[in-house]
Write a new protein. Structure first.
Length: 375
């Protein structure tokens, strides 16, 4: 009954590191986590005395924002679940989870090495409050943390000694504060449309949300994934001279790769609005093989600084006319091989990729293949 009557209020202790500093490790031991939890409890009680009526739980692990802001908020969810299992009154209603024999008590509480170098490290905290208190306590936290949420000097000193870092700031944020901060960061680097999708996935996953990227690529959040317009489809809707069209297409693919990398970090899959999902690439099928044409071949469209931006599978007629069967878009360098293999196996051809050294457009300005054999 107790687990059912407690409402989880997510909080985070945000550590802004001095330039060039990095923590010596990503997790704290059980004893260290318990020491930190006692200091955190003292800080929060000083800001909002009613915190003492809630169970405070902390994970002794340092995360990046992309790890915490994932659909379903799995880190906080795991922390809440573990905290609810602890008998009431244990350690004065403050519980901490750290490593035992080098491992955290559950996989979602293990920070990923991939995201360990960011300038801000985040320690997740949860306050499990009785239902009658939860709304009031939540409102107080939202007001007090944004205004006076700096961690106490004892807490900051302990963190610097234990982690071997210098801190510019150590402050408490509600999860809403962290969402707002991340929104501002994404807007600052011209990724506001991505945040629109991510916010929907985090806060209203049952609703669809559509937007356009900065370059006009159509994006839709639906059913736990982001559906994206294909670059070839985008190109068909835009005008311009051939050289400009090729340049613009390369820009769209670059933008798509940015979006894909961030969405992957937030565990939000990206797929084509109509296409085949792949591991690290997008693939759209446009036509089936025609026996009156030559055997299909694979062509690599390339752009300076981006490498291969698209792979086209095409057939040529006896007169040299190219017939496009599919386009694939590698979203990171190590996805090119699997993309080529997928297209080759699907059509029973050798995985030979003909490098074009450019983006090939047909007479109508659409992504295509050469009409003459390559030598």
């Amino acid at each position: 009954m107790e687990a059912q009557s407690l409402v989880a209020l997510p909080v985070v202790l945000a550590l802004e590191l001095s330039a060039g500093d990095a923590p010596s490790r990503r997790t704290l031991s059980r004893d260290e986590a318990a020491e930190l939890a006692a200091l955190v409890a003292e800080d929060l009680h000083g800001l909002v005395p009613q915190v003492g009526e809630a169970r405070l739980a902390i994970a002794g692990a340092l995360f990046d924002a992309v790890e915490l802001l994932r659909p379903g908020f799995p880190v906080w969810g795991t922390l809440d679940e573990l905290a609810r299992r602890v008998p009431r009154g244990h350690v004065e209603n403050v519980v901490a989870f750290g490593t035992h024999e080098g491992h955290m008590p559950a996989q979602p509480l293990e920070p990923e090495a991939t995201f360990a170098d960011g300038p801000m490290r985040l320690l997740p905290i949860s306050l499990l409050a009785p239902e009658a208190l939860a709304e009031t306590l939540s409102e107080q936290l939202e007001v007090e943390l944004v205004g006076r949420g700096e961690a106490g000097q004892r807490t900051a000193d302990w963190l610097m000694r234990t982690l071997g870092v210098r801190l510019e700031h150590a402050r408490y944020l509600s999860r809403n504060d962290l969402l707002a901060l991340t929104c501002v960061q994404y807007e600052h680097v011209n990724l506001a449309p991505l945040w629109t999708l991510l916010e929907a996935a985090l806060l209203t996953p049952y609703r669809e949300e559509s937007t356009l990227s900065a370059r006009g690529l159509a994006l839709l959040y639906r059913d736990g994934q982001v559906q994206v317009q294909s670059p070839a489809d985008w190109l068909r809707a835009h005008a311009g001279e051939p050289a400009q069209r090729a340049h613009d297409l390369a820009g769209v693919v670059f933008e798509l790769r940015q979006y894909a990398a961030l969405l992957e970090a937030h565990h939000l899959p990206m797929v084509l609005a109509s296409g085949t999902p792949g591991a690290g690439y997008l693939l759209e099928t446009l036509a089936s093989v025609e026996t009156d044409y030559q055997a299909p071949a694979l062509y690599a469209h390339e752009a300076p600084g981006l490498g291969v931006v698209a792979v086209t599978l095409a057939q040529r007629s006896g007169g040299g006319r190219a017939r496009v069967l599919a386009h694939g878009y590698p979203l990171h360098p190590n996805a090119l091989g699997p993309l080529v293999s997928e297209l080759a196996e699907r059509h029973g051809i050798a995985p030979d990729l003909h490098a074009l050294g450019r983006i090939e457009l047909d007479a109508d300005g659409q992504l295509s293949a050469p009409v003459q054999p390559l030598h």
